[in-house]
Write a protein that binds this ligand. Structure first.
Ligand SMILES: Nc1ncnc2c1ncn2[C@@H]1O[C@H](COP(=O)(O)OP(=O)(O)O)[C@@H](O)[C@H]1O
Ligand SMILES: [Mg+2]
Length: 221
């Protein structure tokens, strides 16, 4: 395996690493990814920033189907498969090649979202969606998952900010749906404490940013 083109601290990184960001819509993922991107550039760390769904040309089409077509009936199980189709293409074409090229790969959401949204909150089944996810990723998991944890009441306030760009199909869902989601994410974090790190998303963006940097430095040390 080749040495990565960049390094943090004094240790060369011999292979790429994969980090996912998770949390409810409005938890602050996009905000943190922008701060992290600036930091990675300052540190001259070679990275790939991507997202699910939508990290490939096929994924962009699927994202439009999932979020832009409220006229289409999509059952929870069909929705689960559409997200997995996005993921299979994303891992094959973007994530795995970048990891193998020694890059730091950062994705705005990955399969924990599928497990929480379709598996738990929509009732498809946590174990089934986990199995489907690992088929889509060919058994790969993120090296680190950062879960931005926020109460649904706070999410509601943030996502009803009219200045915000894209709205997902979940925005109109009830607080209890978001409560199920939050609990599902927290249960995943409890079951995977080495991989999933929970950050209190009520803190200021700068405070959260510093905690994320510390986690990434620990991962790369
Ligand atoms: N730590 C924070 N404290 C208060 N508001 C925040 C914080 N982080 C983000 N926001 C605001 O909350 C809204 C949603 O943030 P965003 O980063 O788009 O979340 P996500 O990508 O998880 O949906 C935006 O209006 C953003 O400015
Ligand atoms: Mg976002």
């Amino acid at each position: 395996m080749s040495i990565a083109p960049t390094e943090t601290g004094n240790k060369p990184v011999s292979k790429g690493q994969f980090i996912s960001f998770e949390g409810l819509d409005g938890a602050g993922k996009t905000t943190q990814l922008a701060l992290l991107q600036r930091w990675l550039e300052q540190q001259r760390i070679s990275y790939v920033l991507t997202r699910e769904p939508g990290g490939t040309p096929l994924g962009s089409e699927l994202r439009h189907l999932l979020f832009g077509r409220s006229d289409l009936a999509i059952s929870p199980l069909a929705e689960a498969f559409l997200f997995q189709a996005d993921r299979a293409q994303h891992f094959a074409d973007v994530i795995v090649p970048a990891i193998e090229a020694g890059k730091l790969v950062i994705s705005d959401r990955c399969y924990d979202s599928s497990i929480a949204y379709q598996g738990a909150a929509q009732g498809v089944g946590i174990e089934l969606v986990e199995q489907l996810s690992l088929i889509a990723t060919a058994g790969r998991s993120p090296d680190l998952t950062i879960l931005l944890d926020l109460a649904p009441s706070q999410v509601h306030v943030r996502t009803h900010d009219e200045t915000r760009g894209e709205h997902s199909r979940f925005d109109a869902e009830s607080l209890s749906f978001h409560q199920r989601l939050r609990e599902a994410f927290l249960a995943l974090a409890q079951n995977h404490p080495e991989r999933i790190k929970v950050i209190d998303a009520t803190q200021t963006p700068e405070q959260i940013h510093h905690q994320i940097i510390a986690l990434i430095q620990a991962l790369r040390a």
